[in-house]
Design a protein around this ligand. Structure first.
Ligand SMILES: [Zn+2]
Length: 440
């Protein structure tokens, strides 16, 4: 199982193995891209011509530049081409991870990432930014996200600031539940909770009457939400939401009764969306502490503790089977894990595109403080300000690396022997058979 606590060579290697395996598993899923349809050409296949003749004249052809039978100028993202009745149509993978670390056509840069233990990484290549399916991008997103969450927490809820609560929402689940259904229902139920009476008492300011004095809107700033998904053979999918609720000061005792009513409100919202009714443990609410606060309060230091670890666990918590564990089991031949990963990959497609969601006035507060809550794409492609350029690879050399699945091997060689020696190794690859896959 991948853990970010110990980023040893073995773990990095495993991450790259999982990257290749995820692509092998998801390769077969693609979709038509009719918006890329080309104007039919005289040298298109005879079959296509026959079909074109049968197209009713009312159907208008999309007009655009013609790239038929030529190397696509659009992007390396276009993987396959097929023929439709009206000409060539591009076929594109359903999942962005299939294009990850593809060439952008120009030179590829290799940088040293000082913050990540001086490890080498590629820059100037396609970074898919897919937090859910790409082990490489996901890791970078998690690391960047943690730094951001830590800054945000310290500025808005740290010592001398407001307070934050960690709220975890779970729903009852069964092994026969489809993940996509569970996710949709859970997220709808969460919206229902926010729109209902309880949610309004959280976000609307307290009034003067006794009834509205239970409101928290005057001190509530906003929330940050992440989604985590685990799986077990006994109980099936277990999606849950982690949220950081930020208040600008300590919640007064006379208004904490609101928190006691939260499990009931959550259960009602779940029932509204045909989920089984969660019990009292459907919601877990507790004060959040950073690592240093925990140390001063309880005299104990834990190595990986704090809002950044609770919110951005990065599929890597121990004792649970997350998507990377499924992928790892699949790599060793477990068919059930492979199918579970495929289901997970598809379910997330239609439900949750981003790894974090900022709500309420927190987004504004973050901006006011000069902080950022970047999107996944940005985090996966971003270089630290202290990163150092080690060298470049031509697009032909990089293609050779891709054919041999040698991405990781090259980076390790750069780290240990230097860029020039690593380049020599790449050039030597041209005489090898890519199918031998010595460097997976
Ligand atoms: Zn990626």
């Amino acid at each position: 199982m991948l853990s970010d606590l110990d980023i040893g060579d073995a773990r990095v290697s495993l991450r790259w193995m999982l990257f290749h395996h995820a692509r092998d598993v998801l390769r077969q899923y693609w979709e038509w891209r009719p918006e890329y349809m080309d104007w039919p050409q005289p040298y298109a296949s005879p079959v296509t011509h026959e079909l074109i003749d049968r197209v009713p004249p009312t159907l208008s052809f999309p007009c655009g530049p013609v790239y038929l039978n030529a190397k696509s100028k659009r992007s390396a993202a276009v993987r396959g081409r097929d023929f439709s009745p009206v000409g060539a149509v591009d076929r594109e993978s359903v999942f962005r991870v299939m294009n990850c670390h593809g060439s952008l056509g120009g030179e590829v840069e290799v940088w040293r990432d000082i913050r990540n233990q001086g490890r080498a990484l590629y820059h100037g290549v396609i970074k898919c930014g897919d937090y859910w399916r790409c082990p490489i991008c996901s890791h970078r997103i998690t690391m960047g996200r943690r730094a951001e969450i830590s800054d945000i927490y310290n500025q808005v809820a740290g010592p001398g600031q407001g307070v934050a609560y960690l709220v975890t929402f779970t729903v009852p689940h069964h092994r026969s539940d489809r993940l996509e259904d569970l996710l949709r229902q859970m997220l709808y139920a969460r919206d229902r909770l926010a729109d209902g009476a309880w949610g309004k008492s959280l976000t609307r300011p307290a009034g003067k009457t006794a009834k509205t004095s239970y409101r928290l809107g005057d001190i509530y700033i906003g929330r940050m939400r992440t989604l985590e998904i685990t799986w077990s053979s006994a109980n099936g999918w277990h999606p849950h939401l982690h949220e950081m609720w930020v208040f600008d000061r300590e919640v007064p005792h006379d208004r904490r009764g609101l928190f006691d009513r939260l499990p009931e409100a959550w259960a009602d919202a779940c029932e509204d969306w045909w989920l089984r009714r969660p019990g009292a443990n459907g919601v877990d609410l507790r004060r959040m502490y950073s690592n240093s606060e925990y140390l001063s309060k309880f005299g104990a230091e834990t190595r990986s503790w704090g809002p950044e670890y609770e919110l951005a666990a990065g599929h890597g918590k121990t004792r649970t089977v997350g998507p990377w564990t499924l992928l790892e089991n699949s790599l060793y031949g477990d068919e059930v894990s492979r199918l579970a990963f495929v289901e997970y990959a598809h379910a997330l497609k239609s439900v949750s595109p981003s790894s974090v969601h900022v709500g309420g006035r927190l987004a504004y507060a973050i901006k006011q403080l000069g902080l950022t809550a970047s999107d996944d794409m940005h985090l996966s492609a971003r270089l630290g300000s202290d990163a150092e350029l080690l060298g470049t690879l031509s697009s032909a050399e990089f293609r050779l690396l891709a054919q041999h699945k040698g991405y990781e091997m090259f980076l390790r060689l750069v780290e240990s022997a230097g860029h020039e020696s690593a380049l020599d190794w790449v050039r030597g690859l041209s005489s090898r058979d890519p199918s031998s896959r010595l460097f997976v």
